[in-house]
Design a protein around this ligand. Sequence first.
Ligand code: SF4
Length: 472
Amino acid sequence: MEVARARISATLARLRAFERRTRPVQPEVREALEARWQELPEHVRTSGQMLGRKFTGCEGTHGVFPACNFGCRPCYHAANANRVPVDGAHTVAAVTEQMAYLRERRGPGQYAQLIGGEVSLLPPEAHAEALEVMRRHERFPMSFTHGDFDYEHLEQVAVRPDGTPRFDVLSFAVHIDSTMLGRRAVKRPRGEAQLHGERARFCAMFDRLERERGVRAHLAHNMTVTPANVGEVADVVRVCRELGFRVCSFQPAAQVGDVRRWETDDRSLSDDAVWAEVERGAGTRLPYNALQVGDTRCNRVTWGLWAGRRYVPVLDDADPRDLRARDAFLRMLPGNLLFAPRALAGARLLRALLSRPDEVPTVVSWAMRYVARLGPGLLRGVHPTTYVTHSFMDAAEVGPAWALLQQGVVADDPRIRAAQERLQACAYGMAHPELDQIVPACVQHSVLDARENAELIQLLPRPNRAGPHAHR
Ligand code: SF4
């Protein structure tokens, strides 16, 4: 009798655990999302807003390895960044502190960039350890790099000394464009086409890693856009599709960071002009109002699939049926399925659908329309790609906007007020546990970086006089 009772109670405990694990959204995630939604200013609480619905925002590290060995124009790092020694122990300790704070404030299952200076200047062990720390805090980490490193560095990050893979998937965002000076193969590029070989070389390293070590990759491509290279954006979109990048992100140049590297005409490009070129490369209109990430003056995003030679966005913001499907989707499945193994993700999706049977016809009809839009290219396989523009603001606007926000004052100047609105809706935050604050990356680069670097220069031991180039 006792044995039977024990078995029944063990079975019930397992069922309860299963029920909790397969909930479409975990209570902790729901709480973090609701808190984020409450923080958002009214003007971005739109039907398509993803912040506070699907995730709490992108995150980035700061002050963890500020130095870089390139001389880009523009460069968003502060002028004193290269005087901060690269120190793996400091990197891991600072990443741990920042991630713990983000985990507490923003909940689990968020995207975080390992960013600051140039990540490949870290010893590979420290690079790997930082990624492990981020994962332990339930972040999906992405290493942000100029990509000018060799396969050996990548392999040592991905694989332990005993030959076992450290990660099943690695995510890297590579920044390659003609504003960047110092790449070994093309020191002073005269155009984007000269860099296509480097883009291919970067992807080939990850192909080899998967082939030889079984570690898959999720790759993003970043490009700073200026009046000088905007005409080549469409070509970069085409090349990135051929190379299989999953995210293709464009940043119109801003006047932030190292003032010695600003060009006077960098600010003459509008977001519309850059987006039009991305659309030209994708060969179709890219709707960015159906799903939004923060303020559209900062971010434009289109998710979609390449089916053969056609790119098909998942939602058409001019089709009311698609917008109804979006609303149903956001109601049914708040939060995201990052870190959930496939079977668990499937179970959560199924429960989400079953919990709102009235929404199912809307979702099914969207799925049928989408398959029809993909057309016969679907038979040749699909490739998911996300197109993004992220427009950092100029330091001249961010400084006063942030200072007034800290005093609770709304600016009279419409330009500064617009910057304040964007900062309040920021989708890309950096943790400052010592201030009990998550600050927008614009503020980090415009206001805080230089001071933080000055402190690190005093704090960190200088290992040798070779500086950040020592490992090469
Ligand atoms: S970092 Fe700046 S440009 Fe980016 S989302 Fe935040 S406020 Fe907007």
